[in-house]
Design a protein around this ligand. Structure first.
Ligand code: PLP
Length: 352
């Protein structure tokens, strides 16, 4: 089965060998305060920073999931209130998770075919952290680069970005925000169970002001450990090892992102040409990494089941669009050959 599911998603085929290498290297049984582990963590962080072109003064930590990042941000960076700008299920869930920890969380929702209107945002009202979703996996929208730079120039408040389904597949304007995070089962092409958190000096400064040290995953506590190339708790050493190996083999992000962008361009041309209706029509907010197609319930069910019979796993719709859309991951681990197979299938059934 070839999977186009947008998470968990296809892992790189090299993972098979890396798993064996991890087993034979002994890293899986090594103490996480040992030199061997610390060196592995250091080199993995370095590869991530180099391949993704992360600014030198931003720090990289590994935690367990994007969901955990929601809580870390709420506990350690939000003093009393946050503003969540969202248009889909993940951005909304982030708001809900945050509100349970910091009840001052507020939401600002915007439509599917628009970028949020910067003029309308109440960002001078004392919100500590502005929370945005770079790539909304539930509906296949992405915030335009211009939005990030506009938002940055408008506010000195901390900006946190969920880039779970775009980090390692798209160019991220790192300097336009303070916290970026992604779990690894999407564009990184890795098995689930870990997240990458990228943090600016301003965010660290904020964490010091908030001074939260109440939780095992408090940002300051995590940071103090990572500065020594250690972790606050016994880490997912296999996940870190696999991430390091994958980051060694992938091309620099400029190359990866331009290929993904080109493939997305082809998808957005192919689908309407063959009678498929896109969920998002405005080119400036269409995601490069998750493509959403809408149709009535019966048609979605029929296409997904015929695809499965042809050995192709499409992504279900998500949230509000669960039954009336399907999603196609356009992640780097998916090959051109696999994409051609899916296109041939979609082409054929569109004529039957
Ligand atoms: C998948 C996803 C998450 C949740 O990731 P977990 O690893 O399950 O915590 C959060 N946000 C976005 C945008 C996602 O795509």
């Amino acid at each position: 089965m070839i999977t186009f599911y947008p998470g968990p998603s296809k892992v790189y085929p090299q993972i098979e060998k890396y798993l064996q290498d991890a087993f034979h290297s002994g890293i899986l049984s090594v103490n996480h305060r040992s030199d061997v582990f610390m060196e592995m963590l250091r080199s993995t962080i370095e590869s991530v920073k180099a391949k993704l072109d992360i600014p030198a003064d931003y720090e990289v930590y590994f935690v367990s999931s994007a969901t955990e990042c929601w809580e870390i941000i709420a506990q350690s960076l939000i003093g009393s209130s946050s503003l969540h700008i969202y248009n889909g299920a993940f951005g909304e869930k982030w708001l809900e998770y945050t509100a349970k920890i910091k009840p001052g969380a507020e939401g600002f929702s915007f439509g599917l075919n628009e970028a949020p209107d910067i003029e309308e945002l109440n960002i001078d009202l004392g919100h500590d952290v502005i929370c945005i979703t770079h790539n909304e996996t539930s509906n296949g929208t992405a915030l335009p680069l211009l939005f990030h730079s506009d938002l940055r120039s408008l506010t000195n408040q901390i900006i946190a970005v969920d880039a779970t389904s775009s980090m390692a597949g798209a160019i991220l304007p790192w300097k336009d925000a303070d916290v970026w995070y992604a779990s690894v089962q999407k564009c990184f092409g890795l098995p689930a169970g870990m997240a990458v958190m990228v943090v600016s000096p301003a965010a660290i400064h904020r964490a010091e002001q908030v001074a939260d040290r109440s939780f095992y995953n408090s940002l300051l506590f995590t940071r103090e450990n990572f500065l020594k190339y250690q972790t606050p708790y016994t880490p997912n050493a296999l996940g870190i090892y696999l991430l390091g190996r994958v980051m060694e083999h992938v091309a620099p992000i400029v190359n990866v992102a331009s290929e993904i962008h080109e493939r997305a361009r082809e998808w957005y041309a192919f689908l309407p040409e063959n009678g498929y209706e896109l969920l998002v029509n405005h080119r400036s907010v269409q995601s490069d990494t998750v493509i959403a197609v809408q149709a009535d319930r019966e048609k979605v069910t029929r296409i997904k089941s015929m695809a499965r019979q042809a050995g192709l796993q499409l992504g279900n719709g998500y949230g509000k669009w669960k039954e009336t859309s399907f999603r196609i991951a356009n992640f780097p681990a998916i090959t051109i050959t696999e994409i051609s197979l899916l296109r041939n299938f979609l082409f054929t059934i569109s004529r039957s």
